[in-house]
Write a protein that binds this ligand. Structure first.
Ligand code: TXA
Ligand code: MG
Length: 586
């Protein structure tokens, strides 16, 4: 796999930024790569007639060039020079569905370099129905080859920030066209023969094609091992997030029920329960097997409502919801699927429970992508670049959010010299590595997280012991030398959203003095318990967090202290950020 090198200060181009659009179209003509919106997903575009430019797409994507790219046009008159034959079925598809979420495969002309088609003698042509996209393509003044703008291995991007997350530094610019309307990639139809064959289902459904063409389309069969793929992309497990995905198939013929309505009849309550309870019961089952499991739920608001009604704090602490609308709404589910998979995966859940649909329309495309995410077909393509991104976090600046709020945690120890410095340092390092963060309820609102520390009996201005500083930089690659101890002030209880003490006595003393802080002050141990995190030691006994002030001159003592606090805070991190009203952004 080729190495990715950061070479650009990738520009984020607003839809109204005429100058940015112009520069981006010039960049395409100069052979650079630009990401642009379409009605399906964002594309990673380059001049389709320039093979060097096309190769740069594969470098940015971190994937081998063995998957053919779709050629994007803004006017049907362009098709003639790109293909060598337009069959009657291809013509009928063009007439009926272009511009729109369809890619029509035809025999290619000599103008198309083999880099675009991965050596095939056919080419996929697509004319998007997205105004900004078509305006941009026209400004480029040439056909633009583009795969979806995700890093190989991650779900297709449906917002400009998704693209930024995967591509920042590797492409010239990203044009922000907002959320993609459809949210799933185009229907790919092989129209080289008499009867069109659907290679990839999409928003243009087989029923729509049958009606328009007065024929009976076929689906390409699932690939068996060793067979040459008609659509090479089918051999990859493309859309997969890093965690396990479980499909919870919804009952058939369900009707929309407003879970927040006050006057639900018993019958409606029963229906709500039928829709939502399989998610909750499955989650409870998973937690029974693993009390530390983190579970993502991709479903409608009925499921969230039922979970809220259950008033089970421990269950809620382990659930991460992505609510796409009403559970029955397949358009909304499709629109949000990739965003949901990305976002939930980022919350470091162990499993995602996702709503599954039966049905013949858009349901087919939705289930095709969801099944791939659940790993039911195709081989995984491990992308080094994707793994690196997952480990390193992304560097989307907070200014891309509509608004930003801050939220913080206060670590309390006795003297705030060593333990306070370590906790603050560990948390700050996690924030740096796992950022950016957004509001739990709104991905457009960024969240700036920080930690501070104080001591109940601290003198002001003491710095950590040299052995603590050494152990910290050895294990965390950061530094705590600048840390200064500070005595607790009452105002710190108000300015911080969550207060965590090293031992139980400290939390107990604070709550005794300030009973109003109940629910915001915990010791590390009581916080674990409140989240249902029962950890057992090797002897089978329940382990509680106990970390002592390091003393003496044995460096190992200090290393153990840093390692222990690092481990506890890493385990608690997802719960802490949830209590701070934040989640990881993707
Ligand atoms: O909606 C879409 O189609 C998006 C937007 C950006 O247009 N593009 C997209 O591209 O999803 P990509 O590269 O992620 O997927 C293209 C699919 C792949 O499965 C590929 O194998 C198939 O189309 N394909 C492209 N050219 C083909 C050809 N000549 N023969 C068979 N399959 C082809
Ligand atoms: Mg793709």
């Amino acid at each position: 796999m080729m190495e990715r090198q950061k070479i650009f200060d990738t520009k984020f181009v607003d839809r109204n930024d005429e100058e940015g659009l112009k520069l981006s179209s010039e960049a395409i003509r100069e052979g650079k790569v630009v990401a642009f919106p379409t009605e399906t997903v964002y594309g990673l575009g380059a001049d389709a007639l320039n093979k060097d430019a096309v190769n740069k797409i594969f470098e940015a994507k971190g994937r081998p060039g063995d998957n053919p790219l779709i050629v994007h046009i803004w006017d049907k008159s362009q098709i003639g020079e790109l293909v060598s034959e337009i069959t009657p079925s291809a013509q009928a598809l063009i007439d009926a569905f272009m511009p729109g979420p369809i890619t029509v495969i035809m025999r290619k002309s000599d103008k198309i370099p083999t880099e675009v088609t991965a050596g095939l003698d056919t080419v996929g042509i697509r004319m998007p129905s997205h105004t900004l996209c078509n305006k941009f393509l026209k400004m480029c003044d040439r056909p633009v080859a583009a795969p979806s703008a995700n890093l190989s291995g991650s779900p297709s991007p449906t917002t400009a920030l998704h693209v930024m997350n995967d591509m920042n530094g590797f492409i010239y610019s990203v044009i922000d066209g907002g959320e993609c309307n459809v949210g799933l990639e185009s229907t790919v139809v092989d129209a080289t023969g008499e009867i069109p064959v659907i290679l990839r289902p999409g928003a243009v459904t087989s029923t729509m094609i049958d009606e328009a063409l007065k024929t009976h389309t076929e689906y390409a069969g699932a690939l068996s091992k060793g067979q040459v793929p008609a659509s090479p992309g089918m051999k990859y497990r493309h859309y997969a997030p890093g965690c396990e995905v479980k499909i919870i198939t919804l009952p058939e013929n369900i009707e929309k029920i407003d879970p927040h309505a006050e006057d639900l009849t018993d019958e409606q309550k029963q229906k709500l329960f039928n829709i939502a309870s399989p998610f909750i019961l499955t989650a409870q089952d998973i937690l029974k097997g693993n009390p530390a499991a983190r579970i993502g739920i991709f479903a409608g608001d009925e499921v969230k409502a039922l979970a809220d009604m259950a008033k089970d704090d421990i269950l809620s602490a382990h659930l991460e919801f992505y609510v796409y609308g009403a559970t029955t709404d397949v358009d909304a589910a499709s629109h949000c699927l990739f965003d949901g998979l990305r976002l939930l995966d980022r919350q470091e859940v162990d499993v995602i429970l996702a709503a599954g649909f039966k049905g013949e329309g858009l349901e087919v495309a939705y289930m095709n992508r969801l099944s791939k995410a659940a790993g039911r077909s195709g081989d995984d393509v491990p992308s080094k670049a994707y793994e690196a991104l997952e480990k390193g976090g992304s560097d989307i600046p907070l200014e891309y959010f509509d608004n930003v709020f801050t939220s913080s945690v206060l670590f309390i120890s006795d003297d705030d010299v060593n333990l306070g410095a370590i906790c603050e340092g560990v948390f700050t390092d996690l924030v740096r590595r796992k950022g950016p963060f957004c509001s739990e309820d709104d991905v457009k609102i960024g969240c700036e997280l920080y930690a501070e520390s104080a001591g109940l009996y601290a003198e002001d201005g003491r710095t950590p012991d040299a052995l603590t500083c050494d152990a910290f930089s050895e294990l965390i690659k950061g530094t705590v030398t600048h840390h200064m101890s500070k005595h607790i002030e009452v105002s710190l209880y108000d300015t911080n959203d969550l207060i965590l003490t090293i031992n139980d006595t400290q939390a107990f003393d604070i709550l005794n003095a300030y009973p109003d802080l109940d629910g915001r002050v915990f010791s590390l141990s009581s916080y674990m318990a409140a989240k249902g995190l029962v950890m057992r030691g090797e002897d089978g006994r329940i382990a509680s967090v106990s970390v002592n002030e390091p003393e003496g001159d044995d460096p190992d003592t200090y290393r153990h202290t840093v390692a222990a606090l690092k481990a506890w805070i890493e385990i608690l991190f997802p719960y802490i950020i949830k209590d701070l009203g934040a989640r990881r952004f993707c």
